[in-house]
Design a protein around this ligand. Structure first.
Ligand SMILES: Cc1cc2nc3c(=O)[nH]c(=O)nc-3n(C[C@H](O)[C@H](O)[C@H](O)COP(=O)(O)OP(=O)(O)OC[C@H]3O[C@@H](n4cnc5c(N)ncnc54)[C@H](O)[C@@H]3O)c2cc1C
Ligand code: FES
Length: 238
C-alpha cells in the first residue's frame, strides 16, 4: 500500500512524529502496528511501528532513530511515497476500565501504550525514561502523566517500578524494554498484565517465526500475529 509522508516533527533529538496519508480504511484497534518498507541506499528495509494515532485519512507513528532502517525513514522528505502495511497484529477489542488500569511505558514504549489510552479522561500513566530524552515527548502527548527518570534533575527520580504503589489498579498495560517488562512481572503477579511486545521482527505476518516469545508452559507465541499484546505474567523474559 502506498502512503505519502505528510508531516515530520523532530520532537526531541532523534525522536520523530511522522504522519502519513492513510489509504487503507480497515478498522484499526489498540495495539496494532504497521510496517514501513523504504527503499534506501539500494536496500529494501521493512520496519514495524505501533500505530500511534489515526483518523480516516491520516496515520501517525512516533519513531526513535536507532539504526539503519529508522535513520533512512527519518530522512524521507515530505511528499515522498512509502510502502506501508497495516493494520498488523491481533486487534485488542476489549474496553479497559480507565479507573483501574495503569499504563506504563519505558522510553519509546510510549508509542506502544498510547493507542489504549482514552485521553479525554483521567488516566493512571507512568512514563519511565533512562536519560531524560522523553520528557518533552510525554508533555506533548499526555495531558497528565507521571514522568520519572533515572537521571537528571527530575523530582521523580527512579524507575517505573519504584512508583507503582502510588496507583490503585487491577490491570496493567506496559510497553518498553524487556528488562522493564520483566521487572514489572515480578511486582504485579496478582494483577492482570498486558504486555505490548516489541520483539525484533522479520516478516511481520506470521510466516517466519522470527518474533516468537516463550510462555511459562514452554509454548510459544508470535508477537506479530498472536500479539503484540500478550500475557505479561506468562512470558519468559530471557
Ligand atoms: C510490534 C513493534 C512495534 C514497534 N513500535 C515502535 C514504535 O512505535 N516506535 C519506534 O521507534 N520503534 C518501534 N519498534 C521498534 C522498531 O521497529 C525498531 O526500532 C526498528 O525496527 C529498528 O530498526 P533499525 O533498522 O533502525 O535498527 P537496526 O539497525 O535494525 O538495529 C539497531 C539496534 O537496535 C536493535 N533493535 C532492532 N529492533 C529492535 C526492537 N524491536 N527492539 C529492541 N531493539 C531492537 C538491534 O538489535 C540493534 O542493536 C517496534 C517494534 C515492534 C516489533
Ligand atoms: S515476524 Fe515473522 S512470524 Fe512474526
Amino acid at each position: 500500500m502506498r502512503s505519502i509522508l505528510l508531516d515530520k516533527q523532530e520532537i526531541e533529538d532523534n525522536i520523530f512524529l511522522l504522519t502519513f496519508s492513510r489509504e487503507e480504511k480497515s478498522e484499526i484497534y489498540p495495539g496494532q502496528f504497521l510496517s514501513i518498507l523504504h527503499k534506501s541506499r539500494e536496500k529494501l528495509l521493512r520496519r514495524p511501528f505501533s500505530i500511534l494515532m489515526h483518523t480516516e485519512n491520516k496515520i501517525s507513528i512516533l519513531m526513535k532513530k536507532i539504526g539503519r532502517g529508522t535513520e533512512s525513514i527519518s530522512e524521507i522528505s515530505l511528499g515522498s511515497e512509502v510502502d506501508m502495511l497495516y493494520p498488523l497484529g491481533k486487534p485488542f477489542k476489549e474496553n479497559l476500565d480507565n479507573e483501574k488500569t495503569l499504563f506504563v511505558a519505558g522510553g519509546i514504549g510510549i508509542a506502544g501504550i498510547y493507542s489504549f489510552i482514552d485521553r479525554g479522561r483521567n488516566q493512571n500513566i507512568i512514563i519511565g525514561d533512562r536519560d531524560g530524552e522523553f520528557e518533552r515527548v510525554a508533555e506533548k502527548l499526555f495531558k497528565d502523566c507521571l514522568y520519572v527518570s533515572e537521571r537528571g534533575d527530575t523530582r521523580r527520580k527512579g524507575r517505573v517500578t519504584d512508583f507503582l504503589d502510588m496507583f490503585e489498579f487491577n490491570t496493567i498495560v506496559a510497553c518498553g524494554p524487556k528488562q522493564m517488562l520483566n521487572a514489572l512481572k515480578k511486582q504485579v503477579q496478582n494483577k492482570r498484565y498486558l504486555a505490548v511486545c516489541e520483539e525484533i521482527m522479520a516478516c511481520g505476518v506470521g510466516l517466519c517465526n522470527g518474533c516468537v516469545v516463550k510462555y511459562d508452559d514452554n509454548t510459544f507465541r508470535r508477537v506479530c500475529t498472536d500479539g503484540p499484546v500478550l500475557d505479561g505474567n506468562r512470558i519468559v523474559y530471557e
